[in-house]
Design a protein around this ligand. Structure first.
Ligand SMILES: *[C@@H]1O[C@H](CO)[C@@H](O)[C@H](O)[C@H]1NC(C)=O
Ligand SMILES: *[C@@H]1O[C@H](CO)[C@@H](O)[C@H](O)[C@H]1NC(C)=O
Ligand SMILES: *[C@@H]1O[C@H](CO)[C@@H](O)[C@H](O)[C@H]1NC(C)=O
Ligand SMILES: *[C@@H]1O[C@H](CO)[C@@H](O)[C@H](O)[C@H]1NC(C)=O
Ligand SMILES: *[C@@H]1O[C@H](CO)[C@@H](O)[C@H](O)[C@H]1NC(C)=O
Ligand SMILES: *[C@@H]1O[C@H](CO)[C@@H](O)[C@H](O)[C@H]1NC(C)=O
Ligand SMILES: *[C@@H]1O[C@H](CO)[C@@H](O)[C@H](O)[C@H]1NC(C)=O
Ligand SMILES: *[C@@H]1O[C@H](CO)[C@@H](O)[C@H](O)[C@H]1NC(C)=O
Ligand SMILES: *[C@@H]1O[C@H](CO)[C@@H](O)[C@H](O)[C@H]1NC(C)=O
Ligand SMILES: *[C@@H]1O[C@H](CO)[C@@H](O)[C@H](O)[C@H]1NC(C)=O
Ligand SMILES: CC(=O)N[C@H]1CO[C@H](CO)[C@@H](O)[C@@H]1O
Length: 709
């Protein structure tokens, strides 16, 4: 109850010693029922943080949870960056200023659909390194970074034990999923990581999520959609049931459809977690997803991240999710004293119906959860009163009498609709200028090798693009040769004798793809150039340091007997595109290349840069580009990347996974904003629209429809 008062009054949270027992976290001697939401600071901008955090607070959250993004903070070994979107301290201080708590998931492996799971790529080149194992080089760098972050938080007095907002920290991340792959070194690594973390003496508990063997005093926690059903509970009776990731939706990949998880379903599982496994901390993953700006998304992950969360990509309230959960939080807070102190009993109310009752031993407080797992309405008798239970729902009864919330009953006021207003079309042909990137020839490349090079180790993640170039003398007799390419990269584009001959791509769920293109060869010398493209680095699995991407095989096939296998030929390599090297997306570098006016013939060109200038839409509404007529590439506004786009990869219904691309307001000035697009497949820039995004409230019985992207 005290917590609620603090929340309503706002202002500074009173930190204090954070401990726990089998029932809950205990902050400054008070038991806590806490609702938490993930908001990742680099997936929005510092200008957006105050409003995101205040909407989270208004939605009934007590805690903001974030990962710490190692590869943003230490892009080069020993060179740190905590500025702008990387201002972790600023983000935590904003949480504190709004009177909320923070949960800091340091990792420093985070997965998180973030490129390379948050690891800086230089880690790959540390001799003898094996990530996330009992391996000395890895442990050295993990400890070094973790220590750096903890010291930074301590020096700003941000742990609750120092009077700050951080009540929990996390070490590692879902390691239980891969621990077995490391055999004995998995278990010893878990023990080392726990000990290392505890020795940093933060004064607040450490968590390990999805880690059933989390050593004392670390708390093992649940991640998933249905922790009320799937969690086997804490690994000690002295630890509380905490849910660190209750997925409000699911991340989206290119080629995939948005995952719509209903407000009713989320509310059901949150209530069940509290009722059935004494849950006292629930975190929504994500509460605000945001945008994978730049090249920060992991393999195939869309630039828009968890747009279906209670706060959408733009930070706008998504109804009915936000409002329904707000009501659930308020209902639970009314009962929190009983939930945290009462004795729980449960009994059957029918074949698919169950009651969970929390009864205070003194004072008489009572809370009941009447659960109906069935898909039909049923009427049950509870304490001599009849209650009608909606299908797949939980009714929450204050004083075990009055229904104060039903998970399946969404308030009809709580609906809204996203409005996209077109403010500009980039259609007049004089508005665009273009530059065709240069196709590298073998003799221009500075790097040669007579075996295929692994892509990530060659690019060092400086670019998504790696060119493989080859010159060979043709002497086969066949008339219908086929270029056959096998790749572990994500996309391949092939050129033969300077002509584009085609592309192919893989998808998130299958490693690798093949491409077969009928070709015509010149007599004598022929040139092949293949661009192998990554759409983010992998972010999961054991032995990430050994992952192999890029081309695996290139052949020209005639007949079964007559073919060239180019695997042992000498190939020339070029990392990245010329425009990237010259950074022509920055205004000061535009003159590094010669741009020409775009015309109607500029449509559908591969590896072409387009630039134009535009004025910001009036007002403060969020801004987005509709790139529905483009193919695949990356976009920059005033020199800052707003992310990769990939519109040509259609989902199983024939729709692009993402057409709207967020331009954070703070990237814009009033007029003369430079927009640069790198288009790799072919698109039409004359049909691009600038939009503002807003929401209006609508009543369900009048009009309500889910607006997809
Ligand atoms: C991290 O390692 C560097 C040397 O690589 C050292 O200078 C620094 O003090 C270490 N930091 C911590 C916090 O251990
Ligand atoms: C929840 O608390 C009750 C006592 O109130 C206890 O019997 C039960 O084992 C606990 N459940 C879990 C999953 O911890
Ligand atoms: C109480 O709940 C537990 C766990 O959900 C279940 O195993 C048990 O059968 C329930 N008890 C009764 C009496 O329904
Ligand atoms: C359940 O009951 C409600 C009214 O209490 C009604 O609106 C709804 O249609 C019923 N649902 C089913 C599946 O019978
Ligand atoms: C990675 O590239 C370096 C050269 O930059 C090379 O020495 C090393 O063997 C490569 N490692 C792997 C695993 O391919
Ligand atoms: C045919 O071309 C391949 C590849 O250029 C070369 O290895 C081979 O020696 C050539 N064969 C003849 C008969 O010229
Ligand atoms: C292949 O590349 C070489 C060297 O750049 C060039 O001289 C030759 O004209 C090219 N051949 C074709 C058919 O493009
Ligand atoms: C390529 O070279 C390797 C090592 O020399 C050899 O084992 C392999 O058979 C060669 N492959 C082809 C297709 O010539
Ligand atoms: C774009 O060009 C490709 C060949 O490069 C062609 O297959 C495709 O039909 C063209 N698309 C449009 C819309 O013109
Ligand atoms: C994006 O633009 C296309 C036409 O260029 C249009 O059909 C589509 O509806 C627009 N998408 C949105 C979400 O406005
Ligand atoms: C780990 C986990 O809980 N996964 C579940 C996530 O939710 C979906 C849909 O409810 C389930 O299918 C998964 O099993």
């Amino acid at each position: 109850m005290i917590l609620i008062i603090i929340m309503i009054e706002g202002g500074h949270v009173e930190g204090g010693e954070v401990t726990y027992d089998g029932r809950s976290l205990i902050i400054d001697g008070q038991r806590k029922l806490l609702f938490s939401g993930s908001i990742h600071y680099p997936r929005s901008t510092p200008e957006m943080w105050p409003s995101l955090i205040s909407k989270a607070k208004e939605g009934g959250l007590d805690v903001i949870q974030t990962y710490v993004f190692w590869n943003l903070h230490e892009p080069q070994l020993g060179q740190y960056d905590f500025s702008g979107r990387n201002d972790l301290v600023g983000f935590i201080k904003e949480i504190e200023a709004q009177g909320l708590y923070a949960c800091l998931r340091i990792g420093p492996f985070i997965e998180g659909e973030w490129t390379y799971g948050g690891f800086p790529f230089w880690l790959h080149d540390i001799p003898g390194i094996v990530y996330r194992s009992d391996n000395e080089p890895f442990k050295f760098y993990m400890q070094n970074f973790t220590t750096k972050i903890v010291k930074m938080m301590k020096s700003e007095s941000l742990f609750a034990s120092q009077g700050g907002p951080i009540i929990l920290s996390q070490i590692e991340n879902e390691y239980g999923n891969i621990e077995a792959a490391f055999k004995k070194k998995g278990a010893s690594y878990v023990r080392w990581a726990a000990k290392m973390a505890v020795e940093l003496q933060t004064g607040v508990p450490w968590l390990m999520c999805k880690q059933i063997d989390a050593p004392d005093p670390l708390i093992n926690t649940c991640n998933g959609m249905m922790c009320g059903e799937t969690f086997s509970g804490p690994n000690s009776p002295n630890k509380p049931s905490l849910w660190t990731e209750n997925w409000t939706s699911f991340f989206q990949v290119y080629g995939g459809k948005p995952y719509i998880r209903s407000a009713e379903d989320i509310a059901f599982h949150v209530a069940l977690f509290i009722a059935r496994i004494n849950g006292s901390y629930i975190n929504y993953y994500m509460y605000h997803g945001g945008t994978n700006l730049g090249r920060t998304g992991a393999a195939y992950v869309t630039t828009s991240y968890y747009d279906q969360a209670p706060l959408d990509e733009y930070g706008l309230i998504r109804q009915p999710k936000w409002g329904h959960l707000k009501e659930l939080h308020a209902a639970m807070k009314q009962c929190s004293a009983t939930l945290l102190q009462g004795v729980r009993t449960n009994f059957s109310l029918g074949q698919y119906q169950e009651a969970y009752v929390f009864q205070e031993e003194t004072g008489g407080g009572c809370v009941a959860f009447l659960t109906n797992y069935d898909g039909h309405n049923v009427t049950v008798q509870f304490q001599n009163t009849a209650f009608e239970l909606l299908p797949k729902s939980i009714s929450i009864l204050r004083d075990c009498e009055t229904v104060i919330f039903n998970t399946a009953k969404v308030n009809t006021e709580q609906h809204n609709k996203r409005i996209l207003k077109r403010t500009q079309k980039f259609d007049s042909s004089d508005s665009w200028e273009e530059f065709n990137d240069v196709l590298p020839k073998m003799e221009d490349t500075s790097l040669e090798s007579n075996t295929f090079l692994e892509q990530m180790n060659t690019t060092k993640d400086k670019s998504d693009y790696l060119w493989y170039t080859l010159r060979f003398e043709h002497n086969l007799s066949c008339t219908k040769p086929v270029l056959h390419v096998e790749s572990f990269g994500h996309v391949a584009h092939a050129f033969l004798n300077n002509i584009y001959i085609g592309a192919a791509h893989g998808n998130h769920n299958v490693k690798g793809f093949t491409m077969d293109i009928p070709i015509m060869l010149n007599d004598g010398i022929n040139n092949i150039s293949i661009a192998s493209v990554m759409v983010g680095l992998p972010d999961s699995g054991a032995f990430l340091e050994r992952k192999f991407t890029g081309l695996r095989k290139v052949e020209i096939q005639c007949t079964e007997k007559e073919f060239y296998n180019f695997i042992n030929f000498t190939w020339g390599y070029q990392v990245g595109l010329l425009g990237e090297k010259l950074q022509i997306y920055r205004e000061e570098n535009l003159d590094n290349v010669v741009w020409k006016q775009s015309t109607e013939t500029s449509i559908n060109r591969t590896f072409t840069w387009y630039k134009t200038f535009f004025d910001a839409p009036m007002g403060n509404d969020p801004v987005a580009l509709n790139l529905s007529t483009m193919g695949k590439g990356e976009a920059w506004v005033n020199g800052r990347s707003i992310g990769r786009y990939w519109v040509s990869f259609l989902d199983s219904n024939g729709n692009p996974s993402q057409t709207m691309y967020h331009i954070p307001r703070s990237f814009l000035k009033i007029s003369g904003n430079l927009l640069v697009l790198l288009e790799e497949i072919g698109g039409n820039p004359f049909q691009i629209f600038l939009n503002t995004v807003s929401i209006i409230n609508v009543r369900e019985d009048i009009t309500y429809y889910h607006l997809s992207q």
